[in-house]
Design a protein around this ligand. Structure first.
Ligand SMILES: [Zn+2]
Length: 158
């Protein structure tokens, strides 16, 4: 009864986001808008939390049928889960597998914490430079605010 190995639904075509830090799958799912996607498409979305991982102890994993990740989506994953691996599957076969990389700049995926910033008052899409990885620190292109930790708020789609 102690065998806790669990597998989640195999997908035939789509993407697998693996090696997400335990507890972060829900945030990624919210920021990527997977709830809305599931409602619109009816495709399978599997979210696994606290899976056992030899390298990480515990990890989360997300599988999404028929999805390919846009640049913004990939950037979201890389900021929240910097050691994640993305596997693309087509017709039951792995066609690509790579680790995410934190980019030097991201687009409109984060909310600038400065309430006077133009991005919070006008229809100006945000742009942020990654100035440090540890801890992850961003700088707003418009107001030059630098922020990290809980001040990094992602735009949620759901
Ligand atoms: Zn700003």
């Amino acid at each position: 009864m102690n065998d806790r190995r669990i597998t989640i639904a195999k997908i035939n075509t789509g993407i697998v986001i693996d090696h997400i830090p335990a507890g972060k799958a829900y945030l990624i799912s919210q920021v990527l808008g997977l709830n809305a996607l599931a409602r619109e498409t009816g495709d399978i979305i599997a979210i696994g939390i606290n899976f056992e991982s030899p390298s990480m102890g515990k990890k989360d994993i997300i599988k999404v049928e028929n999805l390919s990740l846009s640049r913004d989506m990939l950037n979201v994953v890389s900021l929240i889960a910097p050691h994640a691996t993305i596997t693309r599957i087509a017709d039951g076969k792995v066609i690509e597998k790579h680790k995410v990389e934190i980019p030097s700049v991201v687009g409109d995926i984060v909310i600038c914490p400065d309430r006077f910033c133009v991005t919070n008052h006008e229809e100006v899409p945000g742009q942020f430079y990654i100035v440090d990885h540890e801890p992850l620190t961003l700088r707003c292109h418009y107001c030059e605010s630098e922020f990290f930790g809980p001040l990094i708020k992602y735009k949620e789609k759901t």
